[in-house]
Write a protein that binds this ligand. Structure first.
Ligand code: NA7
Length: 541
């Protein structure tokens, strides 16, 4: 009996990153039996895998921690404004130990499928080793940037030297010393890694498809006064984060670009540049995210900074971004543009000469061949939907999630999807997560889900999102994105980086504060937009 019992849980959570860990904590607190399965060798999720050189968070460390516990807040102290990957991983381990989470986490365990059983109203979860586990609530906490995108380039399997992806970085130190290194990709990961690799490599060749806007992080160590002040005032800071647009305690000014003279705007942008905040430019004027002309004023400012920084005019020209500022997540850097002034760094513009083939010893573009000892793919992720679709999830009537979302993503609040009862996504597609400080979004989702589970448990019921509610939600996500410039750029927010992926804006762009209000309203109206199935219906089925 004990053995059988150990294979049944109230809740199964997949993933032991920030979201899975907090979910486990809240489930246990609420009295549910729970188990977390994690494919990796240890906990940490994104911060376990993304250990490439220069990896750090783009949200200020003092806001990038759990906010639910005063004790955790008081006992942890960050060393710098933007924390490095290893420090964030230490923080995650500190929390897991403090809350004694490990005993309910099973590592090195990949979930191979999750199937909803309509007779039992339970989920059957299959693990890599063939064993099966049953759960009432199925909670994928698999993150939004965890399915690495390794481009399908001819010859890639025949490369005979060292090949890495930033999102699956090895634990052993990669030795770049004196080597000919190639980096493909200049998103956040590439822009963080390139300056660090350049310091060690014999020669670094950067293969760039799309130039990016990026501003200096101005990272520095945190002084004790800042830390103390933050800790003392954290309850107000927390409220501001919860009510905000992006999960940080700042907001956009109400002033528009045309209310200031060009000289005044220049001063405002210079201040944002010096400030080094992720959203500093987006907060300068109210119309930047909405109006092409307003947006162009920021774009021009950043282009002029690139021009001033990069000595070689040809290289500077190749680095000029030309899409709407802020329609891809802004990027902070430490010495990125300066890196192109180094003798040992060259920049290849793939727009004028695309990659044709990976050869056994390097890479060939349409007009040159490059001999490389190490090739680094900083080519991003199949974002948001990718990690969920990899899980092999099957809902009612044998319909898989992949079939349901083949033509486009359908969710209600980014938390649930019709036909998949009792399944709850944390920071799923069509939620504000990727546009925000992820931890604020994670905590809000988890808290909402746990309240919902308590309600279900009390009423002995199963819950399912209504198809009409999710259609309305998808429409709302689309309309909000269309009011901004966000949907006018080919980005991973739009699914545009993955071949064959439906083109649609994959997040709720209305802000974390308004989103929280919507979720709370749904709950307070008895989970409006959801249908309940009672236990008696279960017996009949
Ligand atoms: P991103 O932001 O998706 O960046 C990936 C980069 O790789 C980007 O420059 C891409 O160019 C480039 N890329 C992708 N595929 C190819 C191929 N086939 N050939 C050449 N170049 C390619 O991923 P990151 O890991 O940097 O950042 C993801 C998020 O993590 C980031 O937003 C932060 O929130 C943290 P493209 O722009 O598609 O032309």
């Amino acid at each position: 009996f004990a053995k059988q019992h150990s294979k049944k849980y109230d809740a199964i959570v997949i993933g032991a990153g920030f979201s899975g860990l907090y979910m486990l904590h809240r489930l246990r607190e609420a009295g549910f039996s729970a188990r977390v399965y994690e494919a990796a060798w240890d906990i940490g999720g994104t911060w376990y895998f993304n250990r490439y050189p220069g990896a750090r968070c783009d949200i200020e460390s003092i806001y990038y921690n759990y906010t639910f516990s005063e004790e955790l807040l008081n006992e942890w102290t960050w060393s710098s404004k933007y924390a490095e990957q290893h420090e964030i991983l230490s923080y995650i381990n500190f929390v897991a130990d403090k809350l004694d989470l490990r005993k309910d986490i099973q590592l090195q365990t990949e979930v191979t499928s999750a199937k909803y059983n309509e007779k039992t109203q339970k989920w059957d979860i299959e693990l890599e080793n063939g064993s099966k586990v049953m759960t009432t609530y199925f909670i994928p906490a698999v993150g939004v940037l965890s399915a690495s995108n390794i481009p399908n380039i001819k010859g890639i399997d025949h490369f005979q030297r060292e090949l890495y992806h930033t999102g699956e970085w090895p634990h052993d130190k990669v030795d770049f010393k004196g080597k000919r290194v190639g980096v493909v990709g200049t998103g956040s990961s590439g822009i963080q890694a390139i300056p660090v690799i350049a310091q060690e490599a014999g020669h670094l060749t950067v293969f760039q498809r799309t130039p990016q806007y990026s501003s200096p992080a101005h990272n520095h160590s945190l002084d004790s006064e800042t830390i103390e002040k933050t800790k003392e005032n954290f309850s107000e800071i927390r409220q501001a984060m919860y009510a905000s647009m992006h999960g940080v305690p700042s907001s956009a000014r109400t002033r528009s670009t045309d209310q200031d003279s060009p000289e005044e705007r220049q001063r405002t942008y210079e201040k944002a540049w010096q400030d080094g905040g992720l959203f500093s430019f987006l907060y300068t004027y109210s119309d930047i995210a909405f109006t092409p002309e307003a947006n162009e004023t920021v774009a021009q400012f950043i282009r002029s900074k690139i021009n001033e920084t990069v000595h070689d005019p040809e290289t500077a020209k190749k680095l000029m971004p030309d899409f709407y500022y802020g329609t891809k997540r802004p990027i902070l850097n430490t010495g990125y543009f300066e890196t192109y002034n180094r003798e040992n760094v060259s920049l290849i513009d793939l727009r004028s000469a695309p990659i044709e083939e990976i050869t056994p010893n390097g890479l060939r573009t349409s007009n040159s061949e490059y001999d490389l000892d190490i090739l680094v793919f900083a080519t991003g992720f199949d974002a948001l939907t990718g990690p969920l679709l990899k899980l092999n999830i099957q809902g009612k009537d044998g319909v898989t999630l992949n079939e349901k979302w083949a033509e486009g993503t359908q969710t209600y609040l980014g938390i649930a999807t019709s036909g998949f009862p009792n399944m709850f996504m944390i920071t799923g597609p069509q939620s504000p997560s990727v546009l925000s400080n992820m931890i604020v979004s994670i905590e809000q989702h988890v808290d909402w889900i746990v309240d919902c589970l308590a309600y279900l448990s009390e009423h002995n019921a199963t819950i399912e999102a209504d198809a009409e509610a999710e259609q309305m939600w998808a429409q709302q996500c689309k309309s909000i994105a269309n009011m901004t410039l966000l949907s006018k750029t080919d980005s991973w927010y739009m699914g545009a980086n993955i071949e064959g992926k439906p083109r649609e804006f994959l997040a709720f762009a209305g802000g974390v504060g308004p989103y929280r209000q919507i979720c709370d309203r749904v709950a307070s109206k008895g989970y409006e937009g959801f249908t309940f199935l009672s236990a008696s219906q279960k017996t009949k089925a």
